[in-house]
Design a protein around this ligand. Structure first.
Ligand SMILES: Cc1cc2nc3c(=O)[nH]c(=O)nc-3n(C[C@H](O)[C@H](O)[C@H](O)COP(=O)(O)OP(=O)(O)OC[C@H]3O[C@@H](n4cnc5c(N)ncnc54)[C@H](O)[C@@H]3O)c2cc1C
Length: 256
């Protein structure tokens, strides 16, 4: 990304500047072409049954709809209606359930306003307050799974939901960083960046908007990533343990 982008005032020159600065953002190779037509095309490809079966896997049939929903190119109602058109309701429910999360976060935001940037509830475990350090921000932690997530975030502006959860948990619980400082930075790189879904998801991971902290282990990463990182990883893995052992290591007896 260029250090600084000076944008002219008129729309045509502004678009020309953006196109010149980000040549990969248009044309057949662009991973997320903008606009309603592209959003509707993406929606037509949604397969709610395959989604239900595979959505937790990094190579699963996730939809890539979030940038289009976030920027108003398509609505949640249109996404729901599409799924009910192509399969019976009982086979569409998982997809609709996930759309409902987005709706829920938005309603919470509407009710709380700017307070979504602060702890909504008392944390259920002790949380750290350290600001986001450079090794995490620059994808230099030495953990291939976390560094790849940062690279994808920065290069593509998109990360799969499961990888977002792992990364948030790593930052908040394994590194004891301030969820707020991580969430602000993370959202700034997302094409679908949205204060409600992003900050409340970070709070859900942290346990300031949920009953318990979200943690994961190596077995979970191996299974849902198709073992894409762990097979060749030589790092000392902080995630390689059982859940009770991780919980004791991260939170002491309070969360066991
Ligand atoms: C730490 C963290 C940060 C997040 N930040 C954002 C964000 O800034 N903006 C954003 O839109 N989503 C955010 N999410 C939610 C979710 O990760 C993304 O909506 C999803 O990964 C987008 O990819 P997709 O469209 O392929 O999702 P799919 O799995 O194909 O889901 C279909 C649609 O359902 C909705 N959806 C699915 N899962 C969720 C969820 N857990 N929460 C809310 N909506 C969901 C989205 O609109 C999505 O487009 C975050 C999740 C976490 C754990």
């Amino acid at each position: 990304m260029p250090e600084q982008l000076y944008l002219p005032a008129d729309r045509a020159s502004r678009l020309a500047s953006i196109r010149a600065a980000f040549p990969g953002l248009e044309g057949p190779d662009c991973p997320t072409p903008g606009g309603r037509a592209a959003g509707l095309l993406r929606l037509q490809r949604v397969d709610p049954v395959a989604y239900d079966r595979s959505r937790n896997f990094l190579d699963g049939a996730v939809t890539g709809l979030s940038p289009y929903v976030r920027h108003g190119c398509i609505t949640l109602g249109e996404a729901r209606a599409h799924s009910l058109r192509v399969v019976p309701a009982q086979r569409a429910w998982k997809f609709i359930f996930e759309l409902a999360w987005r709706d829920f976060w938005r309603r919470v935001w509407k009710s709380l306003g700017p307070a979504v940037r602060k702890d909504v509830e008392r944390p259920k475990v002790a949380l750290g307050q350290a600001p986001l350090p450079d090794d995490v921000r620059e994808g230099r932690t030495g953990l291939p799974c976390m560094d790849a997530t940062v690279r994808q975030l920065v290069d593509e502006g998109y990360v799969h939901n499961h990888a977002r959860m792992w990364f948030a948990s790593y930052c908040v619980h394994f590194r004891k960083l301030s969820w707020r400082s991580c969430a602000d930075w993370f959202m700034g790189h997302l094409i679908d960046g949205d204060l409600a879904s992003n900050h409340l998801s970070w709070q859900w991971v942290a346990s300031t908007f949920g009953a318990k902290p979200y943690i994961f282990n190596k077995e979970n990463v191996v299974k849902y990533s198709g073992n894409r990182w762990c097979a060749g990883c030589t790092a000392r893995c902080p995630f390689d343990d059982s859940y009770p052992a991780l919980s004791r290591r991260l939170f002491g007896e309070e969360a066991t």
